[in-house]
Design a protein around this ligand. Structure first.
Ligand code: FAD
Length: 507
């Protein structure tokens, strides 16, 4: 999304852009895939802020030329199973607040204080995003303003902020029930990352009509209209640097493409550890800077196909988040120490129920997806093997983990036992194979306090001609990557040239 957004905006500004994608299809984590007559998305379960004419929605409309449509999920878009209790989040700011008060009647004051903090989030995120796109001089001039917007809670740990508001651990667990959306439980995450997610979904969740692959499909024409192209099966092996500035790329097959401007959306780890020549990465200081950030957690995916439509099977337009108890951090620690401990979170999504067009593409069928954390180290020994040929012991481990996750599904929806026609399991090695993430990381860099402080995570690099975009530049999420694309373009062409276009997008 970061790469396609940057390419589309640059195309609109008259540039001819060549997009090189190593996978067999475009879109990165927004791609969908088909197998055995079913279709699944890999990194888009729900998007917020697209139900009204928000900045996010206007940006999607612009990129897709109004071709991308959105279907609302149920009002109860997220349900949290916390031990043996059930809580939920419902769409709409007032509805969200009132629903929380219904679930925690003694916590009205805490809930209202929390809502006030969320109100301030929009400004804080804008300050953070704008800061990423500014020049050194602009950042210096704007420092007091940025510091003011990002003051207080935004720099603190989520659990500490929420503990100041309430002692009710179930309320804290409910407020943090979406921690999997940015990959860090509350005793580790900065409140800014928490608030970004909470605010993003405050007015509910939406699903792209026609499946997540519609995002790339509707954006690519903008790139082609300007004479650019998106090439798949096109793996970049090296960024070429000559006389201190970028000179092109070398592809996996040895083919060289010469150019003086490269925008990398392959993540900062890939860019500085693998794509840039080692001496340049070290001399420029980027290789050393990588030690101050860590990859986000890796995950397992289960992709399930069922005979019967979502309606016939009673599948909800609600995501399930299943937790062993209300101390999320303790559960993560226990699992990382012992992968046979209960999964600290199991997320279940029902894409065919969310997509009103699914039935037209795959009549009489339905799909479910499960996501759960997985330590990358457990799979590392098969890293050099080829996808689909990693051997019986790898398949056996996948099957054992898949069965555990399927039991979690049956525990919540027992009527589905016997209805499943097909399922397959992905591991962190799948994320590595298909997305290029070295340690199978789910969201690029971990959203730690440390990461948010890294001033070098910005579009403009110190290597002339090399720019960065995507989730590592701003924040994870489809919208985060898309807005990173906007900020990257703005940094490249300057605010003056972007002005008329922005006025057109946000008219
Ligand atoms: C399981 C899962 C669920 C998610 N659910 C949601 C959700 O519900 N809502 C939401 O908003 N976000 C969700 N996300 C996050 C979201 O999908 C990502 O944050 C976002 O799509 C990242 O976009 P990007 O452009 O930064 O990176 P990517 O989508 O990873 O794009 C990077 C691209 O670079 C390519 N590449 C890498 N190396 C090379 C190379 N050497 N040569 C050529 N190409 C290369 C990759 O193949 C990839 O296509 C989810 C992510 C995952 C993994």
């Amino acid at each position: 999304m970061g790469g396609l957004t940057t390419a589309a905006i640059l195309s609109d500004l008259g540039r001819k852009v060549c997009v090189l994608e190593q996978h067999y299809t475009a879109g990165g984590f927004t791609h969908s895939y088909e197998r055995a007559g079913y279709e699944w998305d890999v990194g888009v379960h729900y998007i917020g802020e697209v139900g009204a004419a928000t900045r996010t929605r206007k940006m999607f409309d612009y990129l897709s030329n109004g071709q991308l449509e959105w279907a609302p999920m149920a009002d109860e878009y997220d349900r949290f199973y916390v031990g043996d209790k059930v809580f939920n989040a419902v769409a709409g700011k007032d509805e969200f607040r009132n629903n929380l008060i219904r679930q925690f009647p003694n916590e009205t004051q805490a809930i209202d204080l929390y809502m006030r903090l969320l109100d301030r989030t929009g400004d804080a995120l804008s300050a953070f995003g704008m800061g990423r796109g500014m020049s050194k001089l602009q950042r210096f001039a704007m420092k007091p303003w940025t510091a003011w917007k990002l003051r207080g809670a935004f720099r603190r740990i989520t659990y500490d902020v929420l503990s100041d508001l309430t002692d009710d651990q179930d309320l804290i667990a409910t407020l943090c029930g979406q921690w999997g959306d940015m990959g860090m439980p509350p005793r580790r995450s900065p409140f800014m990352a928490h608030a970004m997610i909470a605010r993003h979904y405050l007015y509910g969740g939406y699903y792209p009509v026609g499946g997540s692959w519609r995002m790339a499909e509707t954006i690519i024409p903008k790139i082609q209209a300007a004479g650019g192209e998106v090439f798949t099966y096109a793996k970049v092996e090296k960024i070429l640097v000559e006389n201190g500035r970028v000179a092109g790329v070398e592809m996996k097959d040895g083919h060289r493409i010469r150019c003086d401007c490269i925008i990398s959306s392959a993540g900062v780890d890939n860019t500085f550890s693998h794509l840039l020549p080692e001496d340049v990465a070290i001399k420029s200081g980027y290789r050393q800077r990588l030690t101050s950030v860590t990859p986000s957690m890796a995950h397992l995916g289960v992709y399930i196909g069922l005979k019967g439509t979502a309606e016939e099977l009673g599948l909800p337009k609600t995501n399930f988040w299943i937790y062993p108890g209300n101390n999320y951090d303790k559960a993560v620690d226990a699992f990382m120490d012992n992968p046979d401990a209960p999964f600290p979170v199991v997320y279940i999504s029902f894409p065919s129920a969310k997509d009103p067009d699914y039935e037209n593409r795959h009549p009489g069928t339905a799909t479910i997806e499960i996501v759960a954390p997985a330590p990358y180290e457990r799979f590392e020994k098969w890293r050099e093997e080829t996808w689909g040929k990693r051997g019986d012991d790898y398949e056996a481990l996948k099957e054992a983990l898949g069965s555990r996750l399927m039991e979690t599904l049956y525990d919540k929806l027992p009527h589905l036992r016997g209805k499943v026609d097909y399922y397959e399991v992905s591991t962190p090695l799948s994320t590595n194979w298909f997305g290029g993430y070295q340690r199978g990381e789910l969201y690029g860099l971990e959203h730690s306090q440390q990461r948010l402080k890294q001033d070098w995570l910005r579009p403009k690099t110190t290597i002339p001609g090399l720019w960065l975009t995507g989730q590592d530049v701003l924040t994870a999420g489809v919208t985060g990557a898309m807005m990173a694309g906007l900020i990257t373009t703005m940094s490249m062409v300057g605010a003056r040239k972007m002005g008329p276009l922005l006025r057109r997008i946000y008219a």
